[in-house]
Design a protein around this ligand. Structure first.
Ligand SMILES: CC(C)(COP(=O)(O)OP(=O)(O)OC[C@H]1O[C@@H](n2cnc3c(N)ncnc32)[C@H](O)[C@@H]1OP(=O)(O)O)[C@@H](O)C(=O)NCCC(=O)NCCS
Length: 203
């Protein structure tokens, strides 16, 4: 029996794809699970966010034509999602929808003091431990360099040991731990570690 080599991994900016399909949009909107208490489950997050994806803020990893993971990032006041209030009002009604939209805007706004911010990173379960997240991060560093930044910053949940180990291996250092930000005094936001990776030192 002959071994067939796996197809090469390709990383593409979402905006360079002819037509990003629904499965990719579903993968991307499945992130932000820590905000499920007000953004709802995966299906609900898809309804709220899918129409407002900024594809130039998303890198997608593929083998053949199968999407395997993505990295999403924010810079210059633009992240992977720019939803209006409409989908929130339709989903939850006027009062609850407006409150949830405001909360979403607050959580998004809280991240703006970062320059180039890694907003999300995800690899589908059966494709993990093949270097896909590492390749996505390397492509993210290229994006940051091209956009004029000399560092990439991120937040990772304290309990997410796997992601923390990966970031450390790729040169990120811990800047601080945020046990609870002011929103977290009232709502169940998880404790996060802020990490930073300087680009110049490793290139
Ligand atoms: C965290 C996550 C993105 C990592 O994705 P991944 O594609 O498995 O990551 P990589 O394969 O690049 O690296 C994972 C490990 O596999 C190792 N590895 C890389 N290539 C490998 C290969 N060909 N063979 C075996 N191991 C390999 C890496 O060295 C790394 O080891 P480490 O855990 O000791 O650092 C993935 O587990 C995930 O999507 N988790 C859920 C979402 C999440 O937590 N995202 C982070 C939010 S901050």
């Amino acid at each position: 029996m002959t071994d067939i080599a796996p197809a090469p991994l390709r990383i593409a900016l979402g905006s360079s794809l002819p037509e990003p399909d629904e499965s990719i949009a579903r993968m991307i909107t499945s992130g932000r699970s820590s905000l499920a208490f007000f953004l709802g489950d995966e299906a609900c997050r898809y309804r709220l966010l899918a129409a407002s994806i900024n594809w130039d803020r998303i890198l997608i990893a593929y083998r053949d034509c199968t999407p395997l993971g993505y990295a999403a990032f924010k810079h210059h006041w633009r992240g992977p999602f720019s939803p209006g209030a409409g989908p929130f009002l339709r989903e939850f009604g006027r009062l609850r929808g407006a409150a949830r939209y405001l909360l979403f805007a607050l959580t998004e706004g809280r991240e703006w003091y970062y320059g180039f911010y890694l907003y999300g990173l995800h690899v589908i379960k059966h494709a993990r431990h093949q270097g896909i997240a590492s390749a996505l991060l390397s492509a993210t560093f290229d994006q940051a360099g091209r956009a004029g930044y000399d560092r990439v910053e991120l937040e990772v949940q304290v309990k997410n040991q796997r992601a923390r180990r990966l970031y450390e291996h790729l040169g990120f250092i811990r800047v601080r731990t945020t046990p609870l930000n002011w929103l977290g005094r009232f709502l169940p936001f998880p404790s996060v570690i802020n990490m930073r990776r300087t680009l110049k030192s490793l290139q």
